[in-house]
Design a binder for this molecule. Sequence first.
Ligand SMILES: [Zn+2]
Length: 371
Amino acid sequence: MNVLSLHQPLWEKLQARRAQLPHALLLHGQQGLGKLALARAFAASLLCDAPRSDGQACGDCPACHWLAQGNHPDFRLLQPAALAEDDGDGESPAAASGSKKPSQQITIDQVRGLDDFLHVGTHRQGLRVVIVCPAEAMNRNTANALLKTLEEPLAATHFLLVSHEPDRLLPTIRSRCQTVAVATPDLSAGSAWLEAAVAGLGHDEAQRWLALAGGAPLLAAELAAPPEGGRKGSKGGENRNLALLTELNAQLAQGARLSPLAAAAALDKTLKADKEEGGAGGLKQLVIWWQKWLVDLTLARAGNPARYFLAEGGALRQLGEQADTEELFRFNRLLTKYKALSEHPLNTRLFLEELFSGYAGVFQQGRGRRS
Ligand SMILES: [Zn+2]
C-alpha cells in the first residue's frame, strides 16, 4: 500500500536532486494522489541517518524513530488544524473545547511559530525540513509571512509545499519554488494499488471508484472505504459515500421525469443520516459529483463514453439525447456558483430543490413542464 509505488519515476527524480536540492519545492497535482505522503517520505529520506539504496528512509535510526513519533526536532508540518491527523478522537484540544471548530486554514501564528525553529542551529547537524500542506490553505497575510522566510534562504533548510490548486497561490510564492508535477498514475497501476489498499474491493468496483475519483487512487480509496474512526453510532461497514452516490445517481438518471421536490427530500434525508454518523462535507461532495455527472452528460451528448460514471453509461447516453446544450452550460454555471455555498448552506433542502429544479430544466420535456 506504499504510495511510492504509484510515483516511482518521480521518486527517482527527487532522489537524483538530493545533492543540489533547491530551497523550496512545490509538489502539485490533483487531490488524492498521495502528494502529502510523498512529501513525508521525501522528508523522512532527507532526515534519515542511513537511507536505503532506493533513497527511502531506513525506519530504524534515531531520526526515523523521532519522525515516526512526531517529535523530530528538525521537522515541521504546517497544515490546517481541521486536517491534523490525530484529531477526530474526541480527545484533542479542539474537540474538547467544544464550541470552537478547528481551522480550515493554516494560520499566521503557525507560520510565525517557525521563526524560532528556523533561527537556531539544527539539532542534529543535518537538514531541516518544513512541509506546508495544502499551501493554498493560507490567506494573503499568512502567505506573505511565509514569503519572507522563502525570500531569505537558510542553509540546510528545505521547504516542501504541497498544493492541489497551485493557481490559488500567490505568484510570489510560486516563483520562489521549483515546481514538481505529481502525475496521475495510469488506470491499471491505480486500480491495482486500490485493490490492494481496500480489503474486499473487486476489480470492477475498483475501476468504478477510480474513474469517479478522476484517476486519483487515494481519493478513490477514501470513497470506496470512508474512514470510520471516531464516528458515533456508525453502522458497521456501511459505506455512506455509496449511499449518497447511489441516491444521487438514481435521481439524476430520471432527467426530465425528475421531481425536484421529491429528489431534494430524498437527498436531504441521506445527508442528514450521514451527518448523524459524524460525516461532514456531504453536500459539497454531492455537488462535486454532480459536476462530474454534467461532464459525462456533455460527453454523452457528443457521442463520447463516460469518464467518471462508468456504470451509468446507458442512462447517460439516453439523457444526452434529451439535453439542451445551452441549458446544460447554464446549469453548469449555476452548479459552480452553488458549490461555493455548499459548505455553509442556509437551508440544505431549499439548496437541493433549487439545484434539482435547474437540472430538470436541462431536458426538453422538463422545461416544457416547468413553464
Ligand atoms: Zn532512518
